[in-house]
Ligand binder design. Structure first.
Ligand SMILES: Cc1ncc(COP(=O)(O)O)c(C=O)c1O
Length: 156
């Protein structure tokens, strides 16, 4: 990190309410994502807990390239299934492939889509060796989610 970044970290206002840092954070995230609702949490696993507890029920299926261990645990804690659907090449460490984090959700959504309340992609695919996902593949997921009317969550 640069000296400016370290300086900003040390000067960060972490007060419980009305923190200046929150508004800077919110504005930057809104600019990058276009999202209206931005909820900071202290860790990814806390996000997962909130998200899955409010969206999943027992018997649901959540596809991903490879679920991170905390992600899987939070899904399974709701009685749902965390399904890893990375492409076959992504499971062969010795194979050279530029995007071993790519996914294939077509069959799941066409055959069992009624059990899928939401779709996830982890970029990079950390539990699969930190492998990347191609934009082409990710745009395909977006199109599939639009076709089947599924919300898409990016674990980034
Ligand atoms: C892909 C992914 N998802 C979720 C998490 C959980 O985040 P946290 O460690 O902030 O709880 C991690 C942590 O490394 C991660 O790599």
């Amino acid at each position: 990190m640069s000296s400016v970044q370290w300086g900003a970290l040390i000067q960060g206002d972490e007060s419980y309410a009305g923190s200046r840092s929150f508004y800077r954070f919110r504005d930057v995230v809104a600019d990058l994502t276009g999202f209206t609702h931005i909820i900071p949490t202290h860790q990814g696993r806390a996000v997962e807990r909130i998200l899955f507890h409010t969206t999943l029920k027992s018997g649901d299926i959540v596809p991903n390239n490879t679920h991170f261990d905390t992600t899987r645990t939070n899904i399974e804690a709701e009685g749902a299934e965390a399904l890893d659907l990375v492409i076959a090449e992504g499971r062969i460490p010795s194979l050279v492939h530029p995007f071993k984090g790519n996914v294939d959700f077509d069959q799941l959504l066409s055959e069992r889509g009624h059990h899928v309340p939401l779709v996830m992609v982890t970029i990079t695919n950390n539990s699969g060796g930190g492998q990347p996902v191609s934009l082409e593949n990710f745009r395909g997921v977006r199109a599939l989610c639009d076709k089947y009317d599924k919300p898409l969550f990016l674990d980034a």
